[in-house]
Design a protein around this ligand. Structure first.
Ligand code: HEC
Length: 138
């Protein structure tokens, strides 16, 4: 019995590693991301200093949450930034799935404010958008 469990673990462990490495480093498709980014352009520009309903996403990768000057953020974005939230690949991919839920988790509170109501369920779409935003800063 013991031996069979051990065999099973030996067989499954490398597979699990491959799968988790794959999800952690899966790169999005920049060209698709550029198209998917149309979901964002009603509210976000990519030009420096140009705000729409939302803050500009000019150089958003590596930017601290809630820090575009002249944009009136909901307090939750500023608090998250003060707590150390920086928009990198991992955080932005999670955020886009459910902005409010993400901020609740990040701030460990039950209620947050967010004027961004869009949610993107599909992981691939989120990864593509993030890859596109990253490509603009290379
Ligand atoms: C209907 C409008 C709307 C759409 C569509 C939208 N957003 Fe937003 N987004 C906002 C608003 C408004 C905020 C600021 C939220 C607040 O202060 O409550 C925001 C905030 C953000 C932030 C945080 C910025 C910062 O400076 O901290 C990021 C990142 C972001 N949006 C990315 C995106 C991406 C990527 C898309 C497309 C997939 C998108 N948004 C679609 C309205 C929108």
């Amino acid at each position: 019995m013991k031996k069979s469990i051990k065999t099973l673990i030996t067989l499954v462990a490398p597979f699990a590693l491959v799968v988790s490495a794959h999800t952690a480093f899966a790169a999005g498709d920049v060209a698709k991301g550029e198209k998917d980014f149309k979901k964002c352009t009603a509210c976000h520009s990519l030009e420096e200093g140009k705000k729409k309903i939302g803050p500009t996403l000019f150089k958003v990768m590596g930017r601290k949450s809630g820090t575009v000057e002249g944009f009136k953020y909901s307090s939750s974005y500023i608090e998250a930034g003060e707590k150390g939230l920086v928009w990198d690949n991992e955080q932005l991919t999670k955020y886009l799935e459910d902005p409010k839920g993400f901020l609740k988790d990040y701030l460990q509170v039950k209620k947050v404010k967010s004027k961004m109501l869009l949610k993107i369920k599909k992981l691939e779409t989120r990864q593509n958008i993030v890859a596109y935003l990253e490509s603009l800063q290379k």
